[in-house]
Design a protein around this ligand. Structure first.
Ligand SMILES: Nc1ncnc2c1ncn2[C@@H]1O[C@H](COP(=O)(O)OP(=O)(O)OP(=O)(O)O)[C@@H](O)[C@H]1O
Ligand SMILES: Cc1cn([C@H]2C[C@H](O)[C@@H](COP(=O)(O)O)O2)c(=O)[nH]c1=O
Length: 209
């Protein structure tokens, strides 16, 4: 098996983290030892940057600072964790990557998707995911899940108004049109078991399992 970089994308509460854990388990059952990680975070420095970005009290953060911090966390995570794993021919499952920056900072914050792409190309050079799974759900429904769940703290980005989260979704819609070969959409508004099944099918196809 060759290395494969698979990213999970979507609005808040779409179920990415839940399904990523399930896919990790399913791959292990097939005798594969995948690396499961997340952005921003996944390694010490990037987790430290994450707490600065997502701190609910950092309301004065400038949008360009925000975009640069995400890109910096991405760079460090890529060189410290993702690239070494791919070099060992591992499957890497990553909760969010560059598409989040394009949808959230580029489109929803209004910085421009091309501008945000260019700072990110500096961070990632030419490393793009082999497959991106987009968890499609209405922004409001996803947010309701986040606010009613008890398993994570509400962060600064969750706290943006619904219009912001609707723009995030629009940003992703643009990306789905732009990268149809790489980004595959699943219906995230189903039971976790049904969503996991759709995602599993895509991953099995990609890995020829
Ligand atoms: N298919 C589903 N149906 C209903 N609830 C779900 C489903 N998938 C996940 N949830 C619940 O919704 C909440 C958010 O799920 P999860 O953390 O997996 O989403 P996420 O996409 O990673 O969110 P975020 O990016 O905002 O952290 C959790 O409480 C989880 O238990
Ligand atoms: C990578 C990345 C993330 N974001 C946003 C998306 C979420 O609101 C948070 C991360 O929280 P999660 O619970 O781990 O999903 O950060 C962003 O705006 N830009 C990015 O590049």
């Amino acid at each position: 098996m060759t290395g494969c970089f698979i990213t999970f994308e979507g609005p808040e509460g779409a179920g990415k983290t839940t399904i990523l854990k399930e896919i990790h388990k399913k791959l292990q059952e097939k005798g594969i030892d995948p690396v499961a990680t997340r952005e921003p975070g996944g390694i010490k420095i990037a987790e430290q940057i994450r707490s600065v970005i997502l701190d609910i009290e950092n309301t004065e953060m400038d949008p360009r600072t925000e975009a640069l911090l995400y890109a910096a966390a991405r760079r460090q995570h890529l060189v410290e964790k993702v690239l070494p794993a791919l070099k060992e021919k591992k499957v890497v499952l990553c909760d969010r990557f560059i598409d989040s920056s394009l949808a959230y900072q580029g489109y929803a914050r209004g910085l421009g998707m091309e501008e945000v792409l260019s700072i990110n190309l500096f961070a990632i050079e030419d490393v793009m995911p082999d497959l991106t799974i987009y968890f499609s759900i209405d922004a409001e429904k996803g947010l309701k899940r986040v606010y009613s769940g008890e398993n994570r703290e509400i962060n600064r980005l969750d706290n943006e108004d619904l219009k912001f989260h609707d723009r995030v979704q629009k940003g992703y819609a643009i990306l789905l049109e732009k990268y149809p070969e790489r980004i595959k959409s699943v219906n995230a508004d189903q039971t976790p078991e049904e969503v996991a099944e759709e995602v599993w099918l895509l991953i099995r196809n990609k890995l020829s399992l």
